[in-house]
Design a protein around this ligand. Structure first.
Ligand SMILES: C[S@@+](CC[C@H](N)C(=O)[O-])C[C@H]1O[C@@H](n2cnc3c(N)ncnc32)[C@H](O)[C@@H]1O
Length: 232
């Protein structure tokens, strides 16, 4: 694995996604980790919650995976947060290495994101786009994860927890945050994250989730996935 500091988030000195293959990581950890394809095959609309929007790659990967699976006429309600929103130019720079694999999704998203970013306000911002009969309604909270989690308007079906590594960003993984994630969940809500740190698993268990380990992406030993409720 090579290291490219210019591709890091300077606020945390940490990467947005795997330098090796960010798209494959997103598909493995978040899309597959939450069984999104199987669930969208059975549901016309699902609500995804994310901590850490960054470049939007997880959303793009989800849209792409549904299209690749031949799934159409679906709505993704995507509820997410970002403390340091990125410009169109920065998103393009960060995703350049695999840009061919994320078109036309990324281009369609960025044409909406350009105007959203230009007039972004603290708190809730909304934008929508459609790719091949997969429609996305995105509600993005510009600000910190705690007020975001305190003002989510609905119950989340699947969580993508992606807020940098716990050692570099402990504020994203404390018991308050993980408890609020539980408070915005219900029977059937699933969760996936690249991290298998003890503090993450324990906090999620206290928040009401059954958590198990799974092989991590690439060179990572483990990731975590689970669901709201007790062991089945
Ligand atoms: C690993 S990156 C997410 C990558 C992203 N999912 C993508 O595909 O590009 C984590 C993101 O969480 C954001 N973040 C970190 N701490 C935060 C906080 N306390 N509140 C809101 N956003 C935060 C960072 O700015 C960063 O964009």
């Amino acid at each position: 694995m090579f290291h490219e500091p210019e591709l890091n988030n300077p606020a945390y000195n940490d990467c947005y996604f795997s330098y090796d293959d960010g798209l494959a990581e997103s598909l493995y950890v978040f899309v597959d980790g939450n069984n999104m394809i199987e669930r969208f095959a059975l549901n016309t609309t699902l609500t995804v919650g994310e901590t850490g929007f960054g470049t939007g790659l997880n959303l793009i990967a989800l849209v792409r995976s549904l299209r690749d699976a031949g799934i159409r006429d679906r709505k993704i309600r995507f509820i997410t947060v970002e403390k340091y929103p990125l410009s169109v130019e920065r998103i393009k720079e960060l995703t350049l290495r695999f840009s061919d694999s994320i078109e036309p999704e990324m281009g369609i998203f960025l044409s909406q994101w350009k105007s959203t970013f230009a007039s972004i306000v603290e708190g809730w911002n909304r934008f929508s786009f459609t790719v091949d009969l997969i429609s996305v309604d995105c509600e993005l909270y510009y600000g910190d994860v705690v007020p975001f989690l305190q003002s989510i308007p609905t119950t989340i079906d699947a969580w993508f927890l992606d807020g940098h590594s716990p050692d570099k960003n402990p504020d994203m993984w404390n018991e308050t945050v993980l408890g609020l994630i539980g408070a915005n969940s219900a029977e059937g809500t699933t969760i996936a994250t690249f991290s298998a740190a003890g503090i993450v698993k324990e906090g999620l268990r206290k928040g009401g989730f059954f958590i198990k380990r799974r092989k991590g992406f690439g060179g990572k030993r483990h990731m975590s996935q689970g669901w709201y409720g007790v062991e089945e």
